[in-house]
Design a protein around this ligand. Structure first.
Ligand code: AMP
Length: 508
């Protein structure tokens, strides 16, 4: 019918044979071995009674077992539902039930009942007992291949349906734009969960004969040491991980071989990005994407990380369309903000079991509403202002929290910042900030710092000091939690704003 994911793996096996394909601590799996392991496990899963299209939840930490399971599922025509082991049982149970998983493959945890449970301890026996010939349940390119749950930063997570069509396009996007130089000498170091962004780097490296090295979990110094030991050429991180590495790890740039430190998944403060470039060199590649358009909407190439462009998310991938539109769907010219829309063969086919949400998000002609507000500049670079739901409207003015956070982060004492809107009877919402500091600092000093750099209506009216900011299981800052917390706390009248004439003028 059409090219299957299993075909890519078999082809890599024929070309690269016994060369190492996958490394996890002391374990190394060659290309041919990886092909056979996934064939055999695919047969074993079918022998258990699983049928094409069945959803299989996978709750396995970063490592060989998880990767082999993912691709065995693809070969067996089963729909993988990767679950992140850092999530709570309640979060996981919701997902297992939402997608109607028939089976759970787990390293022991059982957050929810499923008809079938396969413990990772059984995998070796299942593989050993299975027939040794190719397993290829051919699926329509439009049939679900995997379900990716959205981060849940705005509400209950939704399962994004990704197909063989979208997966192949995702690989092609990466090879064309983000990682055009991968070859058998390349080494991809997975430090972030392969359930999420990092997983997208696996196949592009595999098909080109490169090694994928999987770390069990992220620790700043362990990451740097592994990058040196394995001669990593590429990695993927969310900005929080970059920040932790700069704070906590000792980095000797001369011992690193990294040519692509890919980052994305959340906004990065330009101050952090500049520090990171100063430390690691000009190896940073930013990707902007989302579960609905997996990791490919725009990218900012290493050479484009020039001082004026550090706040840009880059230019559209070659085979991806991007448009900025107003509420009525009219394309906006450079310099005018609107919702970012995208279209391409890698986008989702819809949300699992949510036709209404799908219809709200995907236009009949394939354009996807990203929910992000952004604007192009005259050179075709996209600048993301914020999530549509996070925009604060204060006195009728739009305040993009990211802009305020970036200013707070230029203060040397501020390590992390989350800016949210707190309900206010006069202004609708007022700008408030939760910050994590490196050293004690007065809230008024931070407000003053902003006052010199931002228009009056953007200035935080209240600064709360938090020991740490809430993050999702993949390290994204959860503004929603901050907002809920700051909105439920009684407002400290000493800090609330006076509606003076000056304030009104500042708003205008
Ligand atoms: P998720 O679907 O959980 O991966 O979240 C996707 C969202 O993360 C996007 O819609 C953006 O709001 C945000 N995001 C992803 N990449 C970037 C980036 N490079 N810069 C800023 N925000 C980003």
């Amino acid at each position: 019918m059409s090219l299957q994911i299993g075909d890519l793996i078999a082809r890599a096996a024929r070309t690269f044979g016994d060369r190492p394909a996958l490394i996890d601590g002391p374990r190394t799996v060659g290309f041919a071995q990886f092909d056979r392991l996934t064939d055999r496990l695919g047969h074993a899963l079918i022998a258990r009674g699983l049928a094409p299209g069945d959803r299989v939840a996978v709750l396995v930490p970063n490592g060989i077992d998880g990767v082999v399971t993912y691709y065995a599922l693809a070969k067996a025509g089963l729909v993988r539902v990767p679950l992140n082991s850092r999530e709570t049982d309640v979060e996981l149970a919701y997902k297992v039930a939402d997608c109607g998983a028939r089976a759970l493959i787990t390293d022991g945890r059982r957050p929810a009942p499923t008809e079938m449970v396969i413990d990772t301890a059984e995998l070796d026996t299942m593989i050993a007992d299975a027939p040794d010939h190719p397993c290829r349940v051919v699926r329509d390119p439009e049939a679900p291949l995997r379900l990716a749950y959205t981060g849940g930063t705005t509400g209950k997570p939704k399962a994004v349906i990704l197909t063989t069509r979208s997966e192949l396009a995702e690989v092609a996007n990466f090879l064309v734009d983000l990682l055009p130089d991968i070859g058998p000498d390349s080494v991809m170091l997975h430090a972030a969960p392969i359930t999420h962004g990092s997983g997208a780097f696996f196949l592009p490296h595999l098909v080109k004969g490169a090694v994928n090295v999987v770390l069990p979990k992220f620790e700043p110094q362990a990451f740097v040491d592994a990058a040196v030991a394995h001669g990593a050429t590429a990695t993927f991180m969310v900005p929080t991980m970059i920040s932790l590495i700069l704070e906590d790890a000792v980095i000797d740039r001369d011992r690193l071989r990294l040519t692509r430190l890919c980052y994305g998944g959340a906004p990065i403060a330009p101050t952090l990005l500049q520090r990171a470039i100063d430390t690691f060199g000009p190896v940073f590649a930013q990707l902007y994407g989302q579960a609905e358009a997996p990791l490919a909407i725009t990218c900012l190439q290493p050479a484009e990380h020039t001082p004026g462009r550090l706040t840009s998310a880059g230019k559209p991938y070659t085979f991806v369309e991007v448009d900025v539109r107003d509420k009525d769907g009219t394309s906006q010219p450079p310099g005018s903000p609107g919702e970012v829309h995208t279209r391409g063969p890698h986008t989702m086919s819809g949300y699992w079991g949510r036709p209404d949400a799908t219809a709200e998000t995907v236009e009949p002609d394939g354009w996807l509403h990203t929910g992000d507000i952004g604007q192009f500049d005259d050179d075709g670079y996209l600048y993301l202002l914020d999530r549509r739901h996070d925009v604060i409207i204060s006195g009728g003015f739009n305040v993009y929290p990211r802009e305020v956070e970036d200013v707070l982060l230029t203060h040397p004492a501020v390590r992390e910042a989350a800016v949210v809107g707190v309900d206010d009877p006069t202004w609708g919402q007022r700008v408030c900030a939760a910050v994590v500091v490196r050293e004690p600092v007065d809230g008024d000093e931070l407000i003053d710092h902003c006052a010199h750099r931002l228009a009056g209506f953007k200035r935080p009216r209240r600064i709360d000091f938090w020991p740490e900011l809430p993050k999702s299981s993949v390290g994204k800052s959860l503004r929603r939690t901050v907002r809920e917390s700051m909105n439920t706390e009684s407002i400290d009248t000493t800090e609330s704003i006076d509606t003076t004439a000056t304030e009104v003028a500042e708003h205008a």
